[in-house]
Design a protein around this ligand. Structure first.
Ligand code: 5GP
Ligand code: ZN
Length: 114
């Protein structure tokens, strides 16, 4: 999508602190981190949100979670733990309409969320 912020990051048209990129996904640091480790995993091809995911998207979901796990390992939080979050829609606080998986770690994360 021409005007989508995260499509532009995936295409390298907007700078981001990219920690991993492959044919399917891009992983980069959130610009406003909510934890010592706060990464975003996005598909390189535009998908609006997790609300659009269905049975045909298994390979993409596996690629995103695999990239999240590898990034968590590289950041040193696989032992201490991390949270994987998809926000969907207004009440969840979704602000960027391109599918993204938050990877949060490096401190204790409260549950349930506020
Ligand atoms: P959401 O609230 O939609 O689940 O998450 C969107 C995330 O994208 C937010 O945590 C926000 O800080 C992050 N974000 C928004 N714009 C940019 C940007 O231009 N660069 C980076 N690296 N992160 C961004
Ligand atoms: Zn997009």
């Amino acid at each position: 999508m021409a005007d989508c912020l995260f499509c532009k990051i995936a295409r390298g048209e907007i700078p981001a602190d990219v920690v991993h990129k492959d044919a399917t996904v891009t992983v980069f640091r959130d610009i406003t981190p909510h934890a010592p480790v706060h990464l975003l995993v996005i598909p390189n091809q535009h998908v609006g949100s997790a609300g659009e995911i269905g049975p045909g998207n298994g390979a993409l979901m596996a690629a995103m979670i695999t990239a999240a796990n590898a990034a968590a390992d590289a950041e040193g939080v696989s032992e201490s733990g991390y949270r994987l979050v998809f926000n969907v829609g207004r009440d969840a606080g979704m602000t960027v309409p391109h599918l993204h998986l938050h990877v949060l770690g490096g401190r204790h994360l409260a549950w349930p969320p506020g």
